[in-house]
Design a binder for this molecule. Structure first.
Ligand code: ATP
Length: 358
């Protein structure tokens, strides 16, 4: 069996006693698109820089196809990086920038030119081939940076917020182009972003980091529906998290919470007396004027609404300033047309909640 493309084995990075990355494990398979995300300072960039060879880990091992990379110089690794800062050579034109890496590898001029031109064409950059990179738009510069890395035909491409300098409309376009390119070429992507929508829209798997540790690795849907812990559940931002304590009632397990007695999902039934958190996606909360025939119902009051594209997030208060939020497709919101301050019922099926034990 082939060794996985990339393995981080208890990798850590200390800066003068400060642990920026704390013993992380990660396996990336060939052809995967893995996004690393988390709040500012969580260690995303440090992790990527260690994979690139720009930082030496202070512990653990980084292996590429089974070969330990810790002390292999960046230029000897098949892992070019595309940074958001771009760092194109201002004294070289577009084509020369793209050819640069090939030149460093001693590739002859004819082959260099053919390869560079191929990538310029692919990325819609041929009209700018002889232009100075200082005379390009932000989006064009991003493309040159990509072409410069892709021309090296890396097995693994490391990207650190590559779209952060672009306008919103260009971001969506470049996201689609990058996904297509990655799948077409079969190049493995490790992609650092602080943007949840970007990570979830693009990646096969998402790595959520916090405080130098990996909190969860999983497919976007899995992370969305089954967050590993409270940090991830809150970080995703669209979940309701209800604290409670499990107890038995007539032979069944129920959760006693500030919202009353709730029926938990059947998976992983908690032991009586255990503190638990029920995580309910905002899209699973049904709103109605009549009390619905659902096992879990909470009387709520509408305190605000927020349009997010074609969905509406309705902010709700449930006594004692406890808050919940429901996310409705726009047409259902228009049907219900809830008034500010109106009393409604919020209900959900127990199986649509996810249970975290503390
Ligand atoms: P951001 O999203 O803000 O770029 P990040 O998740 O990429 O953050 P890192 O740049 O990896 O975070 O930094 C992780 C932690 O390590 C931070 O607390 C940072 O201040 C610290 N750090 C990074 N580089 C160094 C360094 N050269 N010396 C000391 N501390 C550093």
């Amino acid at each position: 069996m082939n060794a996985p493309l990339l393995v981080l084995d208890k990798v850590e990075k200390q800066y003068d006693g400060f642990a920026a990355v704390k013993s992380i494990d990660l396996v990336v398979e060939s052809g995967e698109f893995v996004a690393i995300m988390g709040p500012s300072g969580c260690g995303k960039t440090t992790t990527l820089r260690m994979i690139a060879g720009l930082e030496v880990p202070t512990g653990g091992e980084i292996r590429l196809r089974g070969k330990v990379l810790n002390h292999v110089d960046p230029w000897e690794r098949q892992t070019p990086l595309v940074w958001q800062s771009l760092a194109l050579f201002p004294f070289l034109n577009v084509r020369q920038n793209v050819e640069f890496g090939l030149k460093m590898r001693g590739i002859d001029a004819t082959t260099r030119r053919a390869k560079a031109d191929g990538w310029l064409e692919r990325l819609g950059l041929e009209p700018f081939a002889t232009r100075a990179v200082t005379q390009l738009s932000g989006g064009q510069r991003q493309r040159v940076a990509l072409a410069r890395s892709l021309v090296l035909e890396p097995e693994l491409l490391l990207l650190d917020e590559p779209l952060s300098a672009l306008d919103a409309h260009l971001v969506v376009k470049m996201q689609a182009e990058l996904i297509q390119l990655q799948k077409q070429l079969g190049i493995t992507f490790c992609y650092v972003t602080h943007s949840q929508s970007e990570a979830f829209a693009m990646a096969d798997r998402v790595v959520i980091m916090n405080g130098g540790t990996i909190q969860q690795v999983g497919a976007p849907r899995q992370i969305f529906r089954k967050p590993a812990n409270r940090f991830v559940a809150e970080f995703i931002g669209t979940n309701n998290i209800i604290n409670g304590v499990a107890r038995t009632e007539g032979g069944d397990i129920v959760v006693e919470s500030g919202f009353g007695t709730l029926e938990p999902p059947s998976h992983g039934a908690p032991m009586p007396g255990r503190k638990v958190e029920l995580v309910i996606g905002a899209d699973f909360l049904a709103l109605s004027r009549e009390r619905p025939a659902l096992p879990n119902v909470v009387p709520v009051r509408v305190i605000g609404e927020q349009f997010v594209g074609s969905v509406v997030v309705v902010h709700l208060e449930a006594g004692d300033e406890r808050s919940l939020r429901a996310q409705l497709p726009l047409h259902l919101f228009e049907q219900l047309a809830p008034a500010h301050g109106e009393a409604l019922f919020a209900g959900w099926q127990p199986e649509n909640a996810y249970l975290l034990e503390q």
